[in-house]
Design a protein around this ligand. Structure first.
Ligand SMILES: O=C(O)CCC(=O)C(=O)O
Length: 280
């Protein structure tokens, strides 16, 4: 350590190193800050918030054009969905969803929920085909083995690229279920469908019970999902092995931080005792 400052506690150490590696902080205007605050109030109460019509038709076409060619086989089990197409390792294959992953309506909420330098846990394309059955209800941060009720360690977005309708497989959620204890929830009568027009996003806490809906229509339902977690947890996707240097050179700075090129002070994420961005 080059600093001559005396470190007497871990807290000092955190402040010392964190001051050298600033967190990524997006700039905010007043209107956006008000929207983020209103969204956050709804999120805290319901466990989810629907943010309508964020993307315009042109943006939707660009996303559809980028992700549709990647759609291939269907899921390996009924949880992934035997009539559902899923694309993993999306960031290595297309730039079409970068803006969604770091959208200010999303990061505004993540900034309030998590510590600085929170991480992207995974990104996926989910295309629910006609005839798919309802997915098993679950909550997304359940693989962190800490008893409930507890704060959310993760959060998710599901972006509607097609309209989400009552019968085409719209995500279903159980309002306020983020407060429940450890007892599994299987009662589907508690669920409500997330009906929203294409270009909208539902943001929910990692503790909220939810699932993909049954697709009883004749069309598919295309969505992009990003999950995020606290900066001191292991993300689901191993971006260090997935993302090439070329990709890392192309993605926005906020996303670079989210895929692990950031520090949770003092040391989590370090490479050879230093900030991981030095490797690049
Ligand atoms: O596609 C959806 O609506 C939800 C999917 C989901 O929750 C999951 O696969 O974990």
């Amino acid at each position: 350590m080059s600093s001559s400052k005396r470190i007497s506690s871990v807290n000092d150490l955190q402040k010392d190193l964190a001051s050298r590696h600033k967190s990524y902080t997006p700039t905010q205007n007043a209107a956006l800050a008000d929207q983020n605050q209103a969204d956050f109030e709804t999120l805290k109460h319901q466990g989810y918030v629907i943010i309508e019509s964020v993307l315009n038709a042109e943006q939707l076409e660009l996303i559809r054009g980028g992700v549709s060619p990647l759609l291939d086989g269907v899921g390996r089990n009924n949880f992934e969905g035997l009539k559902t197409q899923r694309v993993y390792n999306v960031l290595e294959q297309t730039r079409a969803i970068d803006d969604l992953a770091v959208h200010p309506r999303v990061t505004g909420l993540l900034d309030k929920l998590f510590q600085p330098n929170y991480l992207l846990s995974q990104a996926q394309i989910i295309n629910i085909l006609a005839g798919e059955e309802a997915q098993t209800l679950h909550y997304d941060d359940g693989f962190y083995p800490v008893p409930r009720p507890r704060p959310a360690f993760g959060a998710a977005t599901i972006w509607a690229i097609d309209d989400f309708t009552i019968d085409n497989g719209a995500t279903v959620v159980i309002p306020e279920s983020h407060r429940l204890g450890d007892e599994p929830v299987t009662d589907r009568s508690l669920t409500v469908p997330v009906i929203m027009p294409a270009g909208s996003v539902v943001f929910f806490l990692g503790t909220l019970w939810h699932g993909g809906g049954a697709n009883q229509s004749e069309d598919s339902r295309l969505a992009v999902t990003c999950q995020y977690c606290e900066p001191w947890l292991r993300p689901q996707e191993n971006f260090f092995l997935e993302l090439s240097k070329e990709t890392l050179g192309q993605i926005p700075e906020a996303l670079l931080s989210m895929v692990g090129y950031s520090i949770h002070p003092p040391f989590m994420g370090m490479v050879n005792g230093m900030h991981p961005k030095r490797v690049l």
